[in-house]
Design a binder for this molecule. Structure first.
Ligand SMILES: Nc1ncnc2c1ncn2[C@@H]1O[C@H](COP(=O)(O)OP(=O)(O)OP(=O)(O)O)[C@@H](O)[C@H]1O
Ligand SMILES: [Mg+2]
Length: 339
């Protein structure tokens, strides 16, 4: 698999060929959240600081990286995107640094690495959270040095590259879990930019719809309300794809409620499912059951609402060591009275 690619075009063999979308399209926004974000972009663009862009898939991380590049003094130099999830730990050095002819078996000619090609420009390390541990170590070494050697070479090559990393994972959490090197995290995280999900900036939705549908297509009020309240799990990419479908499939110039796909009409605004990485399933079960007991006036009612038998409820309470608390009343006895 080729580690460098242009989003929207699949894996292409070319680097530095800007994909049509991101090159021609300016970013559309009007929300306070995005205005604030662009103030940061304006401030950091002219510097050489490393930037870490986090955010859910389709929120526009790559577009922001490109905006930073275009606002920087490097704007006429290369803009290279390397997808880290495709970097192979065995070939990463030769991919990034290049190699001299005869450096290893199979190196039948000299190869210029991606970094040398990216020199003087902006390098985006996309999906940095997917890097294998060994590759993380190699990358850290690279980021700490401004000189590289091609594999098998002895001529130092000076590099001057602005590095922007992007991730849809929570890297701080990955560090805590031991999956991402802490030193690498601090090296790439000089400036942190977090892309808000589309549902966190609903003001942008009508603007984006208008932009992607074109001036000639109108949206009827009820349809616009549903679209604005929809949760957009795929963020701007999902909205853009929907607009493309609507433009092709609808026959008039007005989008009505019945033109919208089932999944949007049915799901409308769906709050994302609660998830806390610090809570295990067993702890969640316990909290849920004990909360149900506080909510209902009898254990029977609580069990019924939980979809379990009273016997199972009793068993759980024994398991949690909480049976005594609930033996007399449905409301727990205060700890002070317990002794
Ligand atoms: N504010 C915006 N205005 C116009 N187009 C946008 C905006 N944000 C995102 N897009 C478009 O949405 C699509 C997804 O954007 P982009 O590739 O930058 O997202 P991403 O966060 O890098 O996604 P992933 O995590 O999946 O790589 C692209 O086609 C991009 O052009
Ligand atoms: Mg991306």
């Amino acid at each position: 698999m080729i580690p460098y690619l242009n989003k929207g075009q699949g894996n292409t063999l070319m680097d530095n060929i800007k994909d049509k979308d991101s090159q021609s399209n300016k970013m559309i926004y009007g929300s306070e959240a995005m205005k604030k974000l662009f103030k940061v972009v304006d401030r950091v663009a002219s510097t050489d600081s490393s930037i870490l862009i986090s955010g859910k898939s389709g929120t526009g991380k790559e577009m922001i990286a490109r905006a930073i590049h275009n606002k920087s003094y490097r704007k006429n130099k290369a803009f290279t995107v390397i997808n880290c999830s495709c970097l192979n730990e065995n070939t990463v050095e030769s991919e990034l640094f290049g190699h001299e002819k005869g450096a290893f078996t199979g190196a039948d000619r000299q190869k210029i690495g991606l970094l040398e090609k990216a020199n003087d420009g902006t390098l985006v390390l996309d999906e940095i959270g997917d890097l294998k541990p060994k590759t993380q170590t190699k990358l850290l070494r690279l980021l700490q040095e401004s000189e590289i050697y091609r594999v098998g070479g002895n001529v130092p090559i000076r590099l001057n590259i602005r590095v922007i990393c992007s991730t849809n994972k929570n890297l701080a959490e990955e560090v805590i879990k031991g999956r991402f090197r802490e030193d690498l995290y601090y090296r790439i995280n000089t400036i942190a930019i977090t892309m808000p999900s589309l549902s966190e900036r609903p003001e942008d939705i009508p603007m984006l719809l208008k932009h992607f549908l074109g001036q000639n297509i109108q949206i009827e009020k009820p349809a616009l309300t549903v679209l604005t309240n929809y949760s957009w799990p795929g963020n701007v990419r999902e909205l853009k794809n929907l607009c493309e479908r609507l433009r092709i499939l609808q026959d008039g110039n007005i989008i009505k409620l019945n033109h919208l796909p089932e999944e949007i009409l049915n799901r409308k605004k769906q709050s994302s499912v609660f998830y806390d990485p610090n809570v295990t399933l067993a702890e969640l079960n316990k909290m849920y059951i004990l909360n149900a007991l506080e909510h209902f006036s009898s254990k029977r009612a609580a069990a019924k609402a939980l979809g379990i038998t009273v016997k199972t409820l009793y068993n759980r309470l024994h398991e949690y060591g909480a049976f005594k608390n609930y033996s007399m009343h449905s409301t727990p006895i205060q700890p002070s009275l317990e002794a």
